[in-house]
Design a protein around this ligand. Sequence first.
Ligand SMILES: Nc1ncnc2c1ncn2[C@@H]1O[C@H](COP(=O)(O)OP(=O)(O)OP(=O)(O)O)[C@@H](O)[C@H]1O
Length: 304
Amino acid sequence: MSRTVARVSGLTKRYGSFTALDAVDFSLDEHRIYGLLGRNGAGKTTIMQLLTGQIFPNGGELEVFGRTPAEHGDVLRKLCFIAEAQRYPEDFAPIHVFKAAPWFFENWDAEFAERLVADFRLPVKRRIKKLSRGQLSAVGVIVGLASRAELTFFDEPYLGLDAVARHIFYDRLLEDYAEHPRTVVLSTHLIDEVANLLEHVILIDQGKILLDRDADEVRGSATTVAGPKQSVERFVEGRTIIGREGLGGLASVTIDGRLDQDERVRAAEAGLELAPVSLQQLIIHLTGTDLTEASARTEQEVAA
Ligand SMILES: Nc1ncnc2c1ncn2[C@@H]1O[C@H](COP(=O)(O)OP(=O)(O)OP(=O)(O)O)[C@@H](O)[C@H]1O
């Protein structure tokens, strides 16, 4: 059985009369990659700041490696938090950040950091305030990866990183995680890009947990049916529709729930293709009203 590295229960954070986090319960197991997902302002950064001892809760229990993080230096040394707008001392260049890193991270791998510098083509001697937005994000990503902290938080780490650099990040994270398992919590809005990386999904909305499940279970919880429009519409009749796309005579409709064997045979006979739902589509459905309203409208249009 895997060890729990962090556990929160009834965790509440208020800013004045505004409740940013409302009695939240969840736990993080060792050696897993978690996606902490949710819309803007959902409470993701707040959770990460609480778990890394940067802010204090107004209520509930919070335990990281069995202790309250803010009060225990030995716990903080096992943590790495890469914030969206990570700040560094004035006049530091990346090389100074990487030289200082072993003081903060006991597992720091300088050679790995050097390889990452080459991968990201980072000018290590240039002052941080002169770096481009993407290069600044690369500094954080390198620290997050090469620190090999037992519990690493990446909060939207790649603002400004181009597509190539983002994929280097995903590849290196997976390779290094395979060799040095640890717990990683990744908060991102680029859900489709990271979907294959995630082993577990925690979805938060307006300070409450909407979903806390194994990523494979989430992916299997809905199905996309694609093919000729009329056949698709006939097949999905009476089911809960999560999303709908179409082009010319073709349609792709996502329905809630699994299909049984008979339904799969019927779909094949009707020339329809079935695919598991994309994580992004499911999350848009669970946290947004736009798509649901849009599909309700489309359903009415189809019915008319
Ligand atoms: N210091 C603060 N004072 C007042 N409100 C705050 C403070 N910090 C955060 N909030 C509010 O708490 C809520 C949660 O913020 P949080 O930064 O955790 O969201 P998030 O899920 O990380 O969002 P995003 O995806 O946009 O980064 C937001 O409504 C935010 O405005």
